[in-house]
Design a protein around this ligand. Structure first.
Ligand SMILES: C=CC1=C(C)c2cc3[nH]c(cc4nc(cc5[nH]c(cc1n2)c(C)c5CCC(=O)O)C(CCC(=O)O)=C4C)c(C)c3C=C
Ligand code: FE2
Length: 460
């Protein structure tokens, strides 16, 4: 975050976020002229400025958007904010998550759109490792609350991605508020696939951990960068939105590019082996991205987008830890050491569900991988992008640990929902799981230059 941009001044207008009246034709003009160019971290500019070569450096760098949208080869760790898709979906999964769901607390469409414009400016800046506004943390004068909270000053952009989604409640009645009106005149623009998730067997959904009108998924390789981003968006949104619930995640439980090692979940098993990857473009088109034919003209704003399902799944790790290794492996359907299916030898071997031993399937009928596999789900696939969590203990001697499950799919009611029904009824792992948070959001496509978050939804 920039000290170099800070222009110490007593002028309260200096570096403030432009408001809606300043944006011509709804376009957001994002980069401050003196801001580091994409691809140049705050730290780089700071160092370079010290020897007087900042301008040359800033002019020469480019965004490091690789196939997963993340520039691992770039030392500066910036993921492109704009593009055909929102970042944070096929972007190589970062190590940390701060996910926040907001209630919209105003009935004013103008106030909501104004906030979305401000959010866009701040979000794009933060993904570049900049303050929400130039000089926001310390450069706005002594007598004004800083426009950036400051805890990311000096930190790398850390591959921060900010992904926005809109919940069913934004469009009128929903599970969180069944009596709600169409406050923003957008009910006709609600896609059919943006409906509340049904109840599933064995879950204990807590409304205070569920639903939401808008979500922000902040992923980064530094937890402080992700938390700073959500905190500052919440601060900018005061009076328009309030945080309904949020979740921190500390270790990814999926891989989203072929170059990533498969991580492990809180059961100690490799998780993400059979996930869809950024490189699987045909599979993504089939199972993740919304196509023009999926929606009527009023909901075309979702074309190129996807639907995000979030589930907070507490894992009963203490009883799990007392289960023997064979029992654990039979529940998952893969070996703990290598992650290979019980029918194979290597992690990436295709599971063979036909093989039996003494008449019993080697991959048990109640195993997780069998029941979640496309063969058992009419071919359906989903892109998983979840995180581990531990939120202290429950007061009864157990860790409140689990998996914050995030999945992206083209139509949750044809993909996630039937899969989840099957798992919650038959999966042996269910005995160790307590899903207690649940939400669905429509995630629009990425932004073109000058667009703001939600523009295609709110502007006809
Ligand atoms: C409804 C969808 C799914 C939920 C909810 C879910 C929860 C969940 N999963 C694990 C651990 C593993 N899952 C694995 C594979 C896997 N899981 C799902 C779907 C849901 N999981 C799918 C579609 C798949 C892939 C199936 C396939 O095609 O083979 C695995 C195996 C490794 C891997 O492929 O990722 C593990 C391990 C936990 C712990 C959990 C809830 C807490
Ligand atoms: Fe799973």
């Amino acid at each position: 975050m920039s000290d170099s941009e800070a222009q110490p001044t007593g002028d309260p207008e200096a570096g403030r976020v432009p408001d809606a009246s300043e944006a011509s034709n709804g376009r957001i003009e994002t980069p401050a002229p003196d801001a580091p160019k994409p691809g140049v971290s705050r730290r780089t500019v700071l160092g370079a400025a010290g020897v007087g070569i900042a301008a040359g450096l800033a002019g020469g760098a480019a965004i490091g958007a690789t196939v997963g949208g993340r520039g691992d080869s770039e030392p500066d760790r910036v993921v492109a904010f704009r593009g055909e898709r929102q970042a944070g979906i096929v972007t190589e999964a970062q190590d940390r998550l701060h996910f926040a769901a907001f209630d919209v607390i105003t009935d004013s469409r103008e106030a909501l759109v104004d906030m979305l414009k401000k959010w866009t400016v701040a979000a794009e800046r933060m993904t570049r490792g900049e303050e929400t506004v130039p000089g926001g943390a310390t450069g706005m004068g002594e007598y004004h609350p800083p426009a950036d909270t400051g805890e990311a000053l000096g930190l790398s952009p850390a591959h921060l991605t900010l992904t926005i989604g809109f919940g069913p409640g934004l469009f009128g009645p929903s599970a969180s508020d069944p009596g709600r009106k169409d406050r923003f005149g957008i009910a006709d623009r609600k896609p059919a696939a943006l409906a509340d998730l049904p109840a599933f067997a064995q879950e204990k959904i807590e409304p205070s951990r569920s639903f939401g009108d808008i979500c922000i998924q902040a992923c980064a390789d530094d937890p402080q960068v992700a938390v700073h981003a959500v905190r500052n968006l919440a601060r900018i949104g005061v009076g328009v939105v309030s945080v309904r619930w949020s979740q921190l995640g500390f270790g990814r439980t999926s891989s989203t590019t072929r170059s990533q090692e498969t991580p492990r979940n809180m059961f100690g098993f490799k998780d993400g082996t059979a996930n869809i990857r950024a490189e699987d473009t045909e599979t993504l088109d089939k199972w993740v991205w919304v196509a023009p034919g999926d929606n009527p003209p009023a909901a075309q704003w979702m074309t190129g987008g996807t639907y995000l399902v979030a589930r907070r799944i507490r894992m009963d790790i203490e009883p799990w830890d007392r289960a023997n290794l064979k029992e654990q492996e039979d529940i998952i359907g893969r070996t703990k050491q290598s992650g290979a299916p019980l029918s194979g030898e290597d992690e990436f071997d295709e599971p063979d569900f036909q093989i039996t031993s003494y008449g019993t399937p080697i991959i048990p009928l109640t195993s997780h991988v069998r029941l979640a596999h496309p063969d058992m789900n009419n071919g359906a696939q989903i892109l998983r992008r979840g995180y581990n969590f531990t939120d202290g203990s429950d007061g009864f001697g157990h860790l409140d640990a689990g998996l914050f499950f995030v999945a992206f799919n083209r139509d949750s009611f044809k993909q996630f929902v039937p899969m989840q029904h099957q798992l919650s009824r038959k999966d042996a792992m269910t005995e160790y799981l307590i899903p207690n948070g649940s939400a669905i959001f429509a995630v629009p496509p990425g932004l073109r230059p000058g667009e703001y978050w939600g523009q295609r939804l709110f502007e006809k």
